[in-house]
Design a protein around this ligand. Sequence first.
Ligand SMILES: Cc1cc2nc3c(=O)[nH]c(=O)nc-3n(C[C@H](O)[C@H](O)[C@H](O)COP(=O)(O)OP(=O)(O)OC[C@H]3O[C@@H](n4cnc5c(N)ncnc54)[C@H](O)[C@@H]3O)c2cc1C
Length: 410
Amino acid sequence: MIQYNTLKKYDDTSSFDDSKQKKAVLKRRSIANVFDVINSSSFKNSRVATHHHSTFATTKLASMVIAKVNEYSDDLHKIQQVESEHNPHVFKRYILVNKEIVSRSDARRPVIKLTFQVINYEQLPEFLPGDYIEILCHIKGQVLLRSYTPLQSDKEKCFSIIIRVYEEGLMSRHLMKQLVGFEIKVRGPFDISNQISPVLSPSSPNSSNLSPSNLNPSHLSRYLSRYYEPSPRHILLNSLSNDKCWDVLFMIAGGTGITPMLQLIKYHLNYLNQSPNRNFKLFLLFANETISDIFYFKYLEHLVAASNGKLKITYILTRPPSNWEELSGHINEDILCKWLSNNYIPDGLDQVTENENSTYYMKRYMQALIQDSKHTIKLITCGPPLMIDSIEESLNNIGFPINDKAIFIR
Ligand SMILES: Cc1cc2nc3c(=O)[nH]c(=O)nc-3n(C[C@H](O)[C@H](O)[C@H](O)COP(=O)(O)OP(=O)(O)OC[C@H]3O[C@@H](n4cnc5c(N)ncnc54)[C@H](O)[C@@H]3O)c2cc1C
C-alpha cells in the first residue's frame, strides 16, 4: 500500500514545473521499472516473490516509516496463539498415530484404543483424572460431537482414548474405520463434575433433548457452568492432600466406565514413581457381562504388577463361564459389603468377633469408616446409568456415607 502511494506520488509529474527535474524523475522511474522487469522475470518461479527497490524508492520508503508494525503483530499473534492453546473451547487438530484393538477377538462389541498426536500446537494439555474431551467429526452430512476420556500417553504430545464400538454407534463406528493419519478436531479438557447429574449425562437416553431452553434453573446453571467454570475442579482427586492422591480409593467400573479409573490409577502410580514411600491402596471392581467383554486385561494386569501391591482388581461377570472363580452376578449389597470389608479395615475397627451377625458387623464397619480420620477415603463409580443407580441404592442401604465419600458418574 505504502509502495503504491509512493509510486503514485512519484508518477504525478504534473506537480513538477521544472522540466529538468521532471526528466530526472522520469529517468529514475525508468531505472526502477528496469529493475522490476528483471526481478519479476528472474524470480517468476520463486515460491516467495522477491522484489528489489531502486535506491530512490528505498530511501523514500525509509523516510516514510512512522512505526514498526511487524513486532507488534508478532506479539499479538503469539498472545492469541497462547490464549487459544489454553482455551478449552477452541477446537484443536490432532492426527491419529496408532490404532489398536484392546478387546478379545470374540467380544460382541470391539474396544479400540486410538492414540492421537497434536498437530499445530506446541503443548498438549495436561489431562488429569476427571477430565474429558469432546471430539468433533463430520459424519453422513452431520456434525457430531461426543465426549471421551483422554489418557495421557507415554509418547510425546500424544493422548489415547479407549472406545467401545456399538453396531449403531455413529461416532464409535466412524472412528473405528479410520486409518493412521486421520485428522480429528478436539476441544477440552472439561471437568467431569459437569456430567455428574443424571439429567445432564449425554450418554443417558434423553440426552439428545438437552438444551438450555428445556432445562430448569438449577440444571441450566450446571449446563452453563460447563462453559463458564473458570478452572476444572478435579473432584476425582483428593483436594485435602498436596499430591492429590487418596489414601484409600475404591473404584467400581462397568464396561468403558473404566476409563476414568485408568486415569486415576495412572495418576496414583505415576506419583509412586516420584515418591516410592507414599502409602495408598487402590481397589477396582470391574463389572462386565461375559468374559469376552473384559477388555484391556493384559494392561490391567500389567498395572497390578507395577503397583507393588498397591492396586488390586476384582472382576465380576453377570454371565460367567462355568470355570469362573471370581465374583458373579449383579453388584448388590452383599457383594459390596464383602468387597469393601475384605479389602480395607478402617482405623479403630476390630476384626469380626465370633458369632457376630454380619449386619451388625457392617454397621460397625461403616461407623468406623465414617470416623476414620487417619485416611482419606473415596469410592468412585462409573458405568451404564442403570448399573450406577443400583449401586448407589445398595451403598445407601448398607449405610455407606455416600454424600461424603462417594461419586457416581453415569
Ligand atoms: C464424560 C464422558 C466421557 C466418556 N468417555 C468415553 C470413553 O472414554 N470411551 C467410550 O467408549 N465412551 C465414552 N463416553 C460415551 C461416548 O461419548 C459416546 O456416547 C459413545 O461412544 C457412543 O457414541 P456413538 O456415536 O458411537 O453412539 P450413538 O450414535 O450416540 O448411539 C447409537 C446407538 O449406540 C448404542 N449405544 C451408544 N451408547 C451406548 C451405551 N453407553 N450403552 C449401550 N449402547 C450404547 C445404542 O444402541 C445407541 O442407540 C463418554 C461419555 C461421557 C459423557
